[in-house]
Design a protein around this ligand. Sequence first.
Ligand code: CTP
Length: 411
Amino acid sequence: MNGPVGSGAGRVVLGVSGGIAAYKACELLRRFTESGHDVTVVPTAAALEFVGAPTWAALSGKPVATGVWSDVHEVPHVRIGQSADLVVVAPATADLLARAAHGLADDLLTNTLLTARCPVVMAPAMHTEMWEHPATQANVSTLRDRGVVVLEPAVGRLTGADTGRGRLPEPAEIFEVAVGVLARGAGGADLAGRKVVVSAGGTREYLDPVRFLGNRSSGLQGYALARAAASRGAHVTLVSANVSLPDPAGVHVVRVETTAELRDAVLAATPTADAVVMAAAPADFRPTSVSDAKIKKAQDGSSPVIELAQNPDVLAEISRDRSREGAVVVGFAAETGDETGSVLDLARAKLARKGCDLLVVNDVGGGAVFGSDQNEAVILRADGTSVDVPRGSKTALSHVIWDEVLRRFAL
Ligand code: CTP
């Protein structure tokens, strides 16, 4: 970093290019300034058609340089990029991605991108056709190959009545990824070019249209893993079972409810994946039959009997049928320990039984982990060694898990 601006804070350049989502960059800017970052906004000429310079100046608390010909004696076209700790471009239009990929320097933002040596995050937003066009996809690949963290756009309502992929991710989520990138510094995009699959949440097995068997998994750990991988440049598919959290920025989210749906979604994404992390809690059992109508209480007061069938074990299945050589498979184990063994004894037996490469073990005696943003774990490796991860945020644990996955890639 280039000098103190407060603990964990940095000099951030917020590049804004000319799309309707430029108004959402105002909220992103607020999040940076409110958390102590020093933000220089660099809007393109087209961005200023959507949101004017006074808004950027008021929200950033500084003058806004809008072109290479203003304040020339300060050489802003070089200085802004050189002194940045992080450049975030949100929204990044198809045109901006093209100019950045080809190294053009025809305005202040593209000059800044050429002179910056810090991490760069781009959050594209455009119509689906423009995003899917081979020209845009080639530009995105070029930028990712150079270590730029280009987030996948979200799916949802676009300008006008149409919906599809191309929406700017929520500002709060772009902010989370950006601060993760800032914290890791240059070279932090060490998962660039890797495809990873993360499952999160708890599955539901329906008894009838309104009742289900479920579990207490909040999805927080899986979402933290997905966000951490995205901030390290990975292409992330997040298979999400009944989680009520906002979609992490730049992540492809597949929603499922039951273990069978989760299995289908994970197996569909696995053949091209470099790593699969099963942070979800799939229900082990499902009712043998699901009633189409709501089940009524018996008039005679008798208790219903629910017959259960065992669900497939997704982790064991992907560990057994490795569809890709060198792919790393990670499981989670929530254990309490019992009369047959300690938490770690049971976890070691589970690692062997499931056949995964790494097993992240939580001691859930007392239920401390569920819904908490903190976690403490031991990561067991298949070779019998282990890493203790002291109590800390689920984000911190996520980064240790990805470090371990990277270690396996190198073996
Ligand atoms: N898992 C899975 N499919 C299931 C159940 C669990 O893929 N049907 C995965 C979880 O995502 C997790 C790991 O297996 O990564 C361990 O989950 P856990 O519930 O601890 O394991 P179980 O096999 O259910 O073992 P236990 O008998 O201890 O409940």
